[in-house]
Design a protein around this ligand. Structure first.
Ligand code: C2E
Ligand code: CA
Ligand code: CA
Ligand code: CA
Length: 280
């Protein structure tokens, strides 16, 4: 694992030092990753406010490169966006995510929801994406409201008409929309009032100073209160310890996601947990 990390760092360095041939090569490789079966999904559990029950998972892409092994999504998602591959890959993530969700529902865990990430670049092919979504929703018999599409806050602007229409297109189908990484850049409290999202996911940078910094704690309490007034569901990301869990439980109704509960896992491990064969 450490070895994989070093390789990712090496590639990051190559990119930074301008050795574009190497990074161009990796980018080129993203184009065949899907058909070569090098992509997979990991699922990170989301827990409800008291932290005792799993209410859903987020599907996260994994790429095992034949030569360099695990490549971080932080690195390859951007490459897929640039090469346009993200469109086909995004559709695949949607299909796989829904298929997995319907398996868990078939096992009786009908409270579970599934989130997939959506890159704004995918808007270029939005009609095709929506057609694919309709087909997959028909094929996998799960309540549509249990399916969530996450869009990153920094990519969202209230003035972006295309994106606003797309969000409405999703919501008309009953799919819920989450605003991801909220507050990572400049959290726009004002924008929140106008954004038609169902869920806000609070970026894990907030957790770094909880519960030790009063200012951030107050800010977070304010955000929770505003979201509650707006009737928007909340997920707090990056929960890594008991103190953070206690803070969130005390101050909000927020669901939680983070290493304290579980890292992203292979679907099989989640199924084992659900069927009582293992702890997460
Ligand atoms: P994200 O959507 O914000 O996903 C959460 C990331 O935070 C994941 O990183 C997860 O492993 C990590 N994480 C979860 N809990 C903790 C914690 O307690 N502490 C810390 N330090 N980290 C935590 P990952 O899997 O490396 O993914 C990175 C990003 O890549 C994602 O951030 C998302 O923006 C993007 N990504 C992943 N899969 C997809 C995909 O299918 N499509 C698109 N467009 N983007 C994706
Ligand atoms: Ca996400
Ligand atoms: Ca996030
Ligand atoms: Ca992100």
């Amino acid at each position: 694992k450490a070895d994989g990390k070093n390789k990712v760092l090496l590639y990051k360095k190559l990119v930074e030092t301008g050795k574009y041939i190497q990074s161009e090569r990796l980018k080129e490789d993203t184009k065949s990753a899907l058909e070569n079966g090098e992509l997979s999904l990991a699922f990170q559990p989301v827990f409800e406010a008291s932290g005792s029950q799993m209410v859903g998972t987020e599907a996260l892409l994994r790429w095992h490169h034949p030569e360099i092994g695990h490549v971080s999504p932080e690195l390859f998602i951007g490459m897929m966006e640039e090469s346009g591959t993200i469109h086909e890959v995004g559709k695949w993530v949607l299909s796989e995510g829904l298929k997995q969700l319907s398996k868990w529902h078939a096992l009786g865990h009908r409270q579970l929801s599934m989130s997939v990430n959506f890159s704004k670049k995918q808007l270029f092919h939005k009609e095709d994406f929506l057609k694919h979504l309709d087909k997959e929703l028909k094929k996998n018999r799960v309540p549509v409201k249990n399916f969530v599409i996450e869009i990153t806050e920094s990519e969202v602007s209230y003035y972006d008409n295309d994106l606003m229409l797309f969000i409405k297109d999703l919501q008309q189908r009953g799919v819920r929309v989450a605003l991801d990484d909220f507050g990572k850049g400049t959290a726009s409290l004002h924008g929140l009032r106008k954004l038609p999202v169902d869920i806000v996911k609070i970026d894990r940078s907030f957790m770094e100073s909880i519960p030790h910094e009063n200012f951030n704690a107050s800010l977070l309490i304010g955000i929770y209160s505003l979201l509650k007034q707006l009737g928007i569901e909340v997920v707090t990301e990056g929960v890594e310890n008991k103190e953070q869990l206690a803070f969130i439980s005390r101050e909000s109704n927020s669901s939680m996601q983070g290493y304290y509960f579980s890292k992203p896992l292979h679907a099989r491990l989640i199924t084992e947990h659900l069927t009582g064969h293992s702890e997460i």
